[in-house]
Design a protein around this ligand. Structure first.
Ligand SMILES: Nc1nc2c(ncn2[C@@H]2O[C@H](COP(=O)(O)OP(=O)(O)OP(=O)(O)O)[C@@H](O)[C@H]2O)c(=O)[nH]1
Ligand SMILES: [Mg+2]
Ligand SMILES: [Zn+2]
Length: 270
């Protein structure tokens, strides 16, 4: 993953030294400290060029929703894999719970089980009604956190709910398709009044993985990674090998079929 071209040499979250120029109103970045970590996406789907979304993160949160615009499982899994690929701890915030009907609430229970079993914390919030916000505030305290997800999921609205002194632009949904309108157009870091920083990002259509080795992918599915020592083959790909603990897990239900299908789909794409 080293020889990748980036569209941005300096990213949100970089720690830099600045030399002030005349009048102190302008400066020049003279040094970028080595990054503890960073998270990347492809500049465009087919592009070899990538864009560093942010650097030096403590945690990445996927803002998902089962109401408009519904976040697909595939999207959730690709986000989680991307974060794991860059060794950034990740969690899921299911937002807009005020809009969920019975069916969506029961889907939420199911998904929460799946992802918590896999090893990801799940939270539920309503940015509009303030539900679940106190918990999120605590999580963000003293940390550098990233909010990512599809346009319209409520990333900016959640930031405003967490700290009312901040003013990220909050959009509306398109009346035709109830999709987001790409209101946030560039990543921006906000300092929370409670200590901590949060990076608001533009909505992402899909996460494309970058130059990722097939053999690395199961490392990014923690529940499968945990089973690897119990597979008959040390380098088991969990697809066709005999004595595969992941395939047995599928039969007993300890591995979710949704997650396994995402695994296969990502494996096929890379
Ligand atoms: N009912 C309800 N609406 C919400 C909630 N959170 C956000 N919204 C609405 O969803 C729409 C989009 O919210 P934004 O915060 O702009 O979404 P975003 O994820 O930042 O979108 P982009 O900046 O385009 O990526 C706005 O109309 C919000 O008021 C929620 O918890 N409940
Ligand atoms: Mg936004
Ligand atoms: Zn296996």
């Amino acid at each position: 993953m080293q020889n990748i071209k980036h569209t941005n040499p300096v990213a949100i979250g970089d720690r830099v030294q600045v030399e002030l120029l005349q009048g102190d109103s302008h400066g020049m970045i003279t040094y970028i400290s080595p990054r503890d970590n960073y998270i990347i996406r492809k500049a465009t789907k087919l592009s070899k060029i990538s864009h560093i979304i942010a650097a030096n993160l403590d945690h990445a949160y996927l803002i998902a929703t089962l109401a408009q615009p519904r976040t697909s499982n595939g999207f959730i899994d690709r986000f989680l894999v991307t974060a794991a690929a860059y060794y950034i701890p990740a969690s899921i915030i299911f937002n807009k719970i005020d809009l969920y009907n019975e069916e969506q609430l029961s889907a939420l229970e199911g998904l929460t089980d799946i992802y918590e079993n896999a090893g990801y914390r799940c939270y539920r919030t309503s940015a509009v009604f303030g539900e679940g916000i106190d918990k999120i505030k605590k999580l963000l305290q003293g940390k550098v956190s990233l909010f990512s997800g599809q346009s319209g999921a409520g990333k900016s609205a959640l930031i405003k709910a967490v700290d009312a002194t901040l003013n990220p632009r909050i959009g509306s949904l398109s009346s035709a398709h109830q999709k987001g309108m790409h209101t946030t157009t560039f990543a921006e870091m906000y300092e929370l009044d409670d200590d901590g920083f949060i990076v608001d990002t533009p909505g992402i259509k899909e996460f494309g993985l970058i130059d990722f080795e097939k053999t690395e992918i199961h490392r990014c599915f923690p529940e499968m990674d945990r089973l690897l020592p119990f597979c008959q083959y040390k380098n088991c790909s969990h697809t066709h090998e005999p004595g595969c603990a992941v395939k047995s897990g599928l039969e007993t239900g300890s591995i979710s079929i949704l997650r396994y299908n995402s695994y296969l789909s990502i494996l096929n794409d890379s």
